[in-house]
Write a protein that binds this ligand. Structure first.
Ligand code: SAH
Length: 407
């Protein structure tokens, strides 16, 4: 009996599916059954905390006892996933009599159905059934999904062709740290409007016919530049193109993203947002510094330091920041860091508060300069720190670098 399996896409929405067993195998199968809309019943005296969570949220039904034959009444599909062979045997034998397809997690040859390695991309489900080599199936699935994501496997008719603007956050710089949704939007774009801090390596992967607008080359001056960006994205979208506005980090964190949303709305252009990993959280993390730590800080504030304290247009209350005990993450702050550090000390933050300056996060030139609030100005000068950098102020820096601050 060495026939290959017959692949089929089961429509399980609203249909009873019985999972016998509540351990790690069941835990891996249940989420995909839920995703397909199945009416999932788990039969097991005990279940893992993850399964219990799904019971708590009402997504599945749990029968907290051993298997009984009547559990199969009305079932369309059954997964036998206990660690007792005798129980799995009983389940699969009954299924055979009742003509219900049954997966056996312990011995695939004894079941009447196999679970493929499954993945989804852009509305396509990829399911790979290996010849009793699950690792290989998983590898093949991953290769296919990666090919689809990166456009190596061209499936042009699956490309979304609806015109409009998508704001895509590219994360802190390393292309690996971009979201799957962001990458997909980028690869489906007709026009990409990219910033200096967006992960530039990805732009090299764009199909040759994509128009790339480099914001760094647009006319200077902050507001003129933003007006020009708004005009470009709106015009291209009105001309029927799919436009991606591609920025570093997250477009809504000091990225003027919402100005672009408003410009699109005013022009009647559909606009969607794909969030990105934002640098004030991601860059410290990459450098091994947590922005919060149990028992150390219950808050972190992200602050733009592009204006010095006391500047008439500044919207930052440095007195309040100085009184706050938690972490301060300063962005765009290299130039004004000396004045900001002084304002924080004046406002009551101890001058020996640990500070870490993380430069060029995720880039090959990444480095961390350590200082204290009182020595920040001289440390920045000594180390010739240039933007982009994230400045982390607070006790979390000591947690990450005890050797530098204790003793
Ligand atoms: N929208 C972006 C922030 C844009 S403001 C985000 O969500 O991350 C630009 C500032 O972000 C820089 O001045 C610097 O403070 C910070 N920044 C962005 N990427 C960085 C990186 N890779 N390394 C260090 N700082 C970075």
């Amino acid at each position: 009996m060495d026939f290959p399996p017959y692949p089929s896409g089961l429509q399980l929405a609203g249909r009873r599916v019985v999972v016998v067993g509540g351990g790690s195998v069941a835990q891996r199968r249940v989420p995909q059954l839920i995703a397909s809309g199945a009416d999932v019943h788990v039969v097991s005296p005990g279940v893992t905390p993850a399964i219990e969570g799904l019971v708590g949220s009402g997504e599945i039904t749990w029968h907290a006892r051993g298997f009984e034959d009547a559990d199969l009444d009305g079932a369309w599909y059954v997964v036998a996933a206990t660690d007792e062979r005798a129980v799995n045997d009983r389940v699969s034998t009954l299924c055979e009599d009742l003509r219900i397809f049954c997966v056996r997690s312990d011995d695939a040859t004894q079941g009447s159905a196999w679970t493929p390695a499954v993945g989804r991309h852009a509305g396509v489900t990829v399911a790979v059934l290996g010849d009793r080599d699950p690792r290989r199936s998983v590898q093949v699935r991953d290769e296919i999904l990666e090919g689809l994501r990166e456009g190596v496997i061209a499936a042009p008719h699956h490309r979304d062709r609806t015109p409009g603007v998508t704001l895509v956050g590219g994360g802190p710089g390393d292309p690996e740290l971009m979201t799957v949704a962001g990458r997909k939007a980028l690869m489906e774009a007709d026009v990409v409007v990219a910033d200096r801090l967006a992960p530039r390596e990805l732009l090299g992967e764009l199909p040759a016919d994509v128009e790339l607008v480099d914001v760094a080359k647009l006319p200077r001056g902050r507001s003129a530049q933003q007006e020009e960006i708004n005009r470009v994205i709106v015009d291209r979208a009105l001309a029927g193109k799919r436009v991606v506005r591609f920025k570093g980090g997250d477009n809504f964190v000091f990225g003027r993203g919402y100005e672009e949303v408003l410009a699109c709305r005013d022009a009647g252009v559909p606009v969607t947002v794909v969030p990105g990993l934002t640098s004030p959280v991601a860059v410290p993390a990459i450098a091994g510094i947590p922005v919060t730590h149990r028992g150390v800080t219950h808050e972190f504030a992200v602050v733009s330091g592009h204006l010095p304290p006391g500047h008439p247009e500044s919207l930052v209350d440095y007195g309040a920041l100085a009184r706050m005990r938690g972490t301060i993450v300063l962005m765009m702050g290299v130039e004004n860091a000396p004045a900001i550090a002084a304002a924080l000390v004046d406002g009551g933050r101890p001058a020996d508060t640990p500070v870490a300056v993380v430069c060029d996060g995720t880039m090959p030139t990444q480095r961390t300069v350590l200082a204290r609030l009182g020595t920040l100005a001289e440390r920045l000068a000594e180390e010739r720190v240039r933007p982009p950098a994230i400045i982390v102020v607070g006790e979390v820096v000591r947690i990450a670098h005890p050797e530098a601050f204790d003793g």
